[in-house]
Design a protein around this ligand. Structure first.
Ligand code: NAD
Length: 321
């Protein structure tokens, strides 16, 4: 069995290798050769922790496994990150444990890969201004990956706690781009692409704040009750997602669905665009919205890529198990 510790991941895999792995698995999902199993998420009544599993099987890999972990809100005080996860991969031919891989950095990289893919396939090719709503841990990964998808000239951002926007400003500076903190009205008025990456439980961005032609990647809503954009905005957009089952239950679409504003038949899995079965954006005026809920297969895809890279680079730790 192979172990790839959390601290080794950053040196082993690049954001573009994560993007390729996630693109491949979204395509497998669209061909129905990969599927996610139902998500388990439980408040364990200890340390206020939320613990769960995301798992699935990609026959094209073949990649079988699960990500276990969750959210431990008191970890910061102990000097470790609140989000903790580990990926377990199994040999699909025998069921033997193949690898254990640190899942913290990979979660950020695979989530950024998903929104970047949505920009690659759905944003207008002439997009120049990117707006980001949210400035937490994920935001830096989101912006860094997104900037590679179009020739962006400017970054604008909004966060409920404006001081946190320094994190976003730093990523823009790293890429040599100007950054400006703006109001939500201003952000919607200038951005060609918007990423939302907050833990909000109420709509932040409203339908009338977004202009025609915008692509929005809603990445923060991954639990029942969370919400980042008004349901009317979802209803106004052409909607794509990673997986419809998650989109309508724990993703951004849950609210538009429960309000009866859209039906699940109006949501397209992005894999359909990747494999050429759906054209994606149909006009320069269309608002496209990607509901990135985060599926287990993304975790397995990037973890499997890390294991392959660790073996190729002679960095894999092998143990008898
Ligand atoms: P974080 O705690 O580091 O940052 C949270 C962000 O949300 C901050 O910008 C904060 O100011 C903002 N925020 C918090 N409460 C808010 C409110 N009521 N209104 C507006 N903004 C608010 O978290 P993070 O690690 O950056 O994660 C952000 C979100 O992304 C979380 O909801 C997390 O669960 C989600 N996430 C989704 C995926 C996925 O695959 N879709 C993967 C990882 C994380």
């Amino acid at each position: 069995m192979i172990i790839v510790p959390e601290k080794a991941i950053g040196e082993l895999i690049s954001p573009s290798e994560c993007l390729a792995a996630v693109e491949q698995v979204f395509a497998s999902m669209a061909r129905r050769s990969a599927y996610n199993f139902p998500v388990i998420r439980e408040a364990i009544g200890y340390q206020d922790a939320l613990y769960g599993f995301k798992s699935g099987f990609d026959r094209d890999g073949p990649t079988l496994g699960l990500k276990a972990g969750g959210f431990w809100p008191h970890n910061m005080a102990k000097g470790i990150t609140n989000h903790q996860s580990s990926v377990f991969l199994f040999d699909a031919d025998t069921g033997r444990c193949r690898a254990i891989v640190g899942g913290n950095l990979l979660t950020a990289l695979r989530t950024a890969a998903a929104s970047s893919l949505s920009i690659r396939y759905l944003a207008r090719t002439d997009a120049k201004v990117i707006g980001i709503i949210g400035a937490g841990h994920q935001s830096a990964f989101q912006l860094r990956a997104a900037l590679g998808q179009r020739k962006f000239e400017r970054v604008v951002g909004w966060n409920v706690e404006p001081d946190m926007l320094k994190r976003v400003a730093d990523v823009a500076a790293e890429a040599g781009l100007p950054f400006e903190p703006v109001s939500l009205d201003q952000l919607g008025a200038v951005a060609d692409v918007i990423i939302t990456i907050t833990s909000s439980f109420n709509a932040i961005l409203k339908a009338d704040q977004v202009r025609p032609g915008t692509h929005i990647a809603c990445m923060g809503t991954d639990t029942k009750g969370k919400q980042e954009v008004e349901a009317a905005l979802v209803a106004k957009a052409t909607v794509f997602t990673d997986e419809i089952a998650q989109s309508v239950t724990i993703g951004e679409c849950q609210h538009a669905i429960s309000a009866g504003l859209i039906k699940d038949s109006q949501i397209t899995e992005i894999g359909q665009v990747i494999i050429g079965k759906h054209p994606g954006r149909s006009s320069a005026d269309e608002i496209t919205l990607f509901d990135g809920t985060g599926v287990g297969l993304q975790d397995l895809a990037v973890a499997s890529a890390v294991v392959d890279l660790a073996i190729a680079k002679g960095a894999a730790i092998e143990v008898e198990f």
